[in-house]
Design a protein around this ligand. Structure first.
Ligand code: XUL
Length: 577
């Protein structure tokens, strides 16, 4: 016999109130206005409970299953281009002819979910043992659901696919994603409306950015008023996936919600003024905000009947990919930071006293500490720029690059360089080029290969230290990830510039793993009926390996260079405009 659950999960702003008995913690960090909500008993099966983490990223939907000791038991992925070719995506997206608009078919994502779960089922993964599910989504992307979709989600028929049942549910068929940069007009309007970019940053954690969801919504509201009016709910990629699981609209967590330019970063509530410059009746179209460790509902009947999940499986709020990576790396203390050296470079970490800035970076809610924040700063000139310097000056070889590096002393005898192979976002530089300065701060015509090799690395890490410091992130420990983190020479300069130990770990698919760990964490909080420090979960993680220690003398040298670097950077930035 199939038991029908009460579905339709409409959460309140403080927590969840729904048709289920979920244990709620409202005594977070000693605030003991305890709300007693009956606790249900969780039966995960005889052989221990499992936790599922999903990651709906740009190119793929990934899934990781861990056990309660944090061990990865199974991983799988659906690649959009390869596994769902009928949606005709390249790298999971459609690049539009204007060169600015980038979207993904929303229906492709739900098709991918059925495919991924079918794969888990065909591999005989005991889905009935999954006690909690959480997820991750590429940040900033938005999903537009037509009036009536709550009812469709609530009554999904396990006999039919999600794709068939949700085919007519999207008022905007193609979701704008984080790669979209078509909303400059909307950004200028928002910044002006909120009192300028600084005021916008102080309110929402970031000045207005093209990819941030509020600006994408504003564009749709203006360009397609009928579609906007027909929209019942606007979800983030993360909250959309959670909504499908619970069979109703899921709340948006305060880490991913901060990537919209719509949330007051300090109160962690929606901001009415930010809504006012976005679209009519927006407050009716957005779900409430919730801390990322909170349950948002129980799994819907569609999944229990079709795939054999336990009806007791609980859904913990889904969040963005960067916040989930913060969880996967166990960055649970203020100052714990990760630097990802990839196509673009990114630094993110936990902090308590954020300083939102109009010039650089973003402040989000912290997905593993509801009192805290996370900072994130991106540089477009990452690996491609390092490789450009390697190809131009080191015969395209990393060993040659490293040998050249050893020929120059830290500080490069006063030479400083700025390498913009791509237009840069941190700081904003539109004109590409290389800008070199000698020890007297005068433009240097050119530099020897070994000087270029050192200058590109010192410049990249000085820029990281400067700009993450500007928004309040002062790394105490650094976890290096991404392709270039295998190069010990690069890690040594990183350690010297920041004056901190640099570690690495083997872990890949950090967003999906972070989601699985947050599922475990949220489930523990739920059962304990209080907030449990994430440390109890991160203690289960693989211990990072120490790869580079700072040399105190070199660190003092870089600290002395930093003000000069900042001045010269300003000169380069101002020359662009
Ligand atoms: C962060 C951002 C990207 C996406 C990638 O602000 O836009 O890192 O989250 O999925």
């Amino acid at each position: 016999m199939i038991l029908r659950q009460t579905q339709s999960v409409i959460p309140s702003e403080e927590g969840i109130q729904n048709g289920f008995d979920l244990t709620l913690d409202s005594r977070l960090h000693g605030n003991d206005k305890a709300k007693t909500i009956k606790q249900r008993h969780y039966e995960g099966g005889k052989h221990g409970k499992l936790f599922l983490g999903l990651d709906l990223s740009t190119q793929a939907l990934k899934g990781i299953i861990i056990d309660s000791a944090g061990r990865v038991r199974f991983e799988t992925a659906v690649n959009f281009d390869h596994d769902l070719p009928e949606f005709k995506t390249k790298g999971g997206v459609h690049q539009h002819a204007d060169g600015l608009t980038v979207t993904s078919p929303s229906l492709m994502w739900v098709a991918a979910l059925d495919l991924l779960l079918e794969r888990l089922q065909s591999r005989k993964i005991p889905l009935e043992r999954i006690a909690a599910i959480s997820g991750s989504g590429q940040q900033h992307g938005s999903v537009y659901l037509k009036r009536g979709t709550a009812a469709v989600l609530n009554a999904l028929d396990p006999e039919k696919s999600l794709r068939t049942q949700l085919a007519k549910s999207f008022s905007v068929a193609n979701s704008p994603v984080w790669m979209d940069s078509s909303t400059t007009k909307e950004c200028r309007r928002r910044d002006a409306f909120l009192g300028g970019p600084k005021a916008a940053a102080r309110l929402t954690g970031s000045r207005s950015y093209e990819r941030f969801t509020g600006n994408q919504i504003a564009k749709i509201a203006e360009k397609f008023p009928k579609k906007y009016a027909a929209t019942e709910q606007i979800a983030l990629v993360s909250s959309f996936l959670a909504s499908v699981f619970i069979g109703g609209y899921a709340p948006i967590d305060t880490a991913d919600g901060a990537g919209m330019n719509l949330m007051n970063i300090f109160t962690k509530r929606w901001d009415r003024r930010a809504f006012d410059c976005t679209g009519k009746k927006l407050s009716e179209k957005l779900a409430p905000l919730v801390a990322a460790h909170k349950p948002v509902g129980r799994i819907s009947r569609y999944f229990t009947v079709r795939y054999g999940f336990s009806p007791a499986a609980v859904i913990i709020a889904f969040s963005g990919d960067n916040p989930n990576s913060l969880a996967a790396f166990g960055l649970d203390r203020p100052g714990a930071a990760a630097i990802s050296l990839g196509t673009s470079d990114t630094i993110f970490g936990a902090l308590i006293h954020p300083k939102p800035s109009a010039a650089e970076g973003h402040i989000f809610g912290n997905p593993i500490d509801p009192r805290g924040y996370m900072a994130l700063v991106c540089w477009k000139n990452g690996s491609l720029t390092r490789e450009f310097v390697r190809n131009s000056f080191a015969r395209g070889s990393w060993p040659v690059f490293n040998r050249l590096l050893n020929k120059t002393p830290p500080g490069n005898n006063g030479l400083l360089g700025f390498y913009f192979k791509e237009p840069e976002i941190t700081p904003p530089v539109f004109k590409t080029g290389i800008y070199l300065f000698n020890r007297h701060n005068k433009p240097a015509a050119n530099a020897a290969p070994e000087q270029n090799v050192r200058a590109v690395l010192e410049s990249q890490f000085l820029s990281m230290r400067l700009h993450c410091g500007n928004i309040g992130l002062r790394p105490q420990t650094i976890l290096a990830t991404g392709g270039a983190s295998v190069n010990p020479s690069i890690l040594r300069i990183m350690a010297d510039v920041f004056g901190r130990n640099v570690y690495t770990i083997k872990q890949q698919n950090s967003a999906a793993l972070g989601a699985a760990l947050r599922a475990l964490h949220g489930w523990k909080c739920l059962n304990a009926r209080r907030f449990i420090p994430f440390r109890e979960v991160s203690a289960l993680l693989e211990k990072p390996k120490l790869k580079a220690r700072p040399n105190p003398r070199n660190h003092r040298l870089y600290t002395a260079i930093l003000p000069r670097f900042s001045k010269l950077e300003n000169i380069v930035v101002n020359r662009q405009i």
